[in-house]
Design a protein around this ligand. Structure first.
Ligand code: XMP
Length: 323
């Protein structure tokens, strides 16, 4: 009979058998799947596992710290953090096309990850033979053939890279669904914020700025996003919403008035959706008072933003993300 305890015991045993006295590496994305996979493998083989976290500078406020501090504190995992913000910003300079952004972020990510991997392999210690991946049951089914769905966006998932065949794979979540993964994560003592995290795209805020991605714009969007998340959480709406992209229309300006002056700032779009699987979605009917608080706070607290708009489009025809 299925209990999270059984799943953990079984996997820990299987991973120990599989890995023996060799070493394994695991890329952390900040997401649920890679975190739970890493925590399970850590429980099984301890310091034979090294995790790699590539900080591409496109994360939301507090997310990198959550991995660096909270995740490490909860698991005791050995973590190598690569600060690659400048490199990503440089590669993204001048780029506005969404698919091109994805390609660049994916490419840079693989390069940085491979560099970190090479450094770990060069360290003293047993051979690094294994790569841990947070593949879930629906991923297995989806990639198991069939025609699949039309590929509208070239999804780059930071957790699942690189496709390096020198490694043998450890995929401890292969038989689990998302809600089961969350239960396992909870049982393993991972922080609530990681276990209950809503979906967030691999390319991060890089595809939530319509226009060129710059450090200044990222900082601005991070502030707006943090306010929206704070208010949604305070209103107890996290479980009702699938996710709520907060988008900066960096190439759009509109006239406003604040204090006793005219402003000419950027709009922020709120895109709260409800969904079962992200294939289709409906816009969430958020309470007006919550929307009002978010709007007031963002326009008051975030420099250069003078308007907050609500996206009331379902998917289809709109995708969840704006890019
Ligand atoms: P769309 O915008 O296609 O998004 O309706 C569906 C779901 O996928 C997420 N998403 C991504 N996830 N890499 C990812 O790992 C990506 O490039 C990417 N683009 C969209 C989106 O947040 C939503 O949950």
């Amino acid at each position: 009979n299925w209990t999270t305890g059984n799943v953990i015991d079984e996997q820990v045993e299987a991973i120990r058998q599989q890995v023996g006295d060799k070493r394994a590496i695991c890329g952390l994305s900040g997401g649920v799947d890679s975190a739970v996979a890493a925590a399970l493998v850590q429980k099984a083989i301890g310091s034979q596992l090294t995790c790699v976290y590539v900080d591409h500078g496109l994360m939301r406020k507090g997310e990198t710290e959550q991995v660096e501090k909270d995740f490490v504190a909860a698991t005791g995992v050995q973590l190598k953090v690569v600060d690659a913000e400048e490199r990503f910003l440089k590669a993204l300079a001048g780029v506005t096309d969404p698919e091109e952004k994805r390609k660049i972020i994916g490419r840079e990510f693989i390069r940085v990850f491979e560099q970190a991997q090479a450094e770990i392999i060069a360290d003293e210690g047993p051979a690094v033979e294994f790569l841990v991946q947070g593949t879930l049951y629906p991923d297995v089914v989806e990639s198991g053939g069939g025609t699949g769905t039309a590929n509208i966006k070239s999804h780059h998932n930071v957790g699942g890279l690189p496709e390096d065949l020198e490694f043998k794979l450890i995929e401890p979540l292969r038989k689990l669904f998302k809600d089961e993964v969350r239960m396992v994560g909870q049982e393993l003592g991972l922080p609530e914020e990681i276990v209950q995290r809503q979906p967030f795209p691999g390319p991060g805020l890089g595809i939530r700025i319509v226009g060129e991605v710059t450090k200044e714009r990222l900082d601005l969007l991070r502030e707006a996003d943090a306010i929206a998340r704070e208010e949604l959480t305070a209103a107890g709406l996290d479980r009702d919403i699938w996710q709520c992209p907060v988008v900066l229309l960096a190439d759009v300006r509109s006239v406003g008035v604040q204090g006793d002056g005219r402003t000419y700032g950027h709009p922020i779009v709120l895109r709260p959706v409800s969904s079962e699987d992200a294939m289709t979605a409906d816009w969430s009917r958020l309470p007006y008072d919550v929307l009002s608080r978010i709007s007031t706070r963002i326009t008051n607290e975030v420099k250069d933003v003078n308007r907050v708009v609500l996206d009331v489009t379902s998917k289809p025809p709109g995708t969840i993300e704006w890019e």
